[in-house]
Design a protein around this ligand. Structure first.
Ligand code: GDP
Ligand code: MG
Length: 165
């Protein structure tokens, strides 16, 4: 059985916890509950004939990287960088987190998830510019933890990128 550690990284309230609960439990809540410390969930995936258990580390996400400990990132096989499509400032946070994370874990695969795609009228990102700015990512995808749109696809693409290594 293959088991892979995957960290969820991103600024404050971008939807890291919501994406995990959508993906693992198929639920969404409008309530904002601050994640304290680290929450770990597991999800069994079947991708391209491989069974892979994703061990999802939902890291406590203030905008300050200092709140994420180096020890929490250690052993990460891949990570999801979550951006709130209605808040461009969270893109800067994601860039910062990506660089700092790469310094610690090396060039492991990562996906950029532009979350809250259900809020189309409030969208403030140029998706293709984002993709260009994360040239080494395994993909940049729109998703919504609220509707579920794109969520499974993001994890499947990331899992595929890990298996390809
Ligand atoms: P975290 O701090 O990154 O873990 O963010 P949360 O998952 O706690 O989400 C922060 C807030 O954004 C909560 O009020 C969620 O209900 C809301 N939220 C998360 N994902 C979505 C989404 O896809 N669409 C919308 N409309 N709201 C979302
Ligand atoms: Mg959270």
């Amino acid at each position: 059985m293959i088991q892979k550690k995957v960290c969820l990284l991103g600024g404050f309230a971008v939807g890291k916890t919501s994406l995990v609960s959508r993906f693992v439990r198929s639920i969404f809540s409008d309530k904002y509950l601050t994640t304290v410390g680290v929450k770990i969930d597991k999800k069994l995936m079947a991708v391209d004939g491989h069974d892979v258990t994703l061990v999802l580390w939902d890291l406590y996400g203030q905008d300050e990287f200092q709140s994420i400990q180096e020890t929490q990132l250690r052993g990460t096989a891949a990570y999801l960088l979550v951006v709130d499509g209605t808040r461009p400032a969270t893109l800067e946070t994601a860039h910062d987190l990506q660089q700092r994370t790469e310094r610690i874990v090396g060039t492991v695969p990562f996906m950029v998830v532009l979350n809250k795609s259900d809020l189309a009228a409030e969208w403030r990102l140029d998706d293709s510019a984002v993709a260009t700015s994360f040239a080494r990512s395994a993909g940049v995808v729109r998703a919504s933890a609220k509707t579920g749109d794109g969520v499974e696809a993001a994890f499947v693409t990331l899992t595929r990128a890990m298996l390809a290594r």
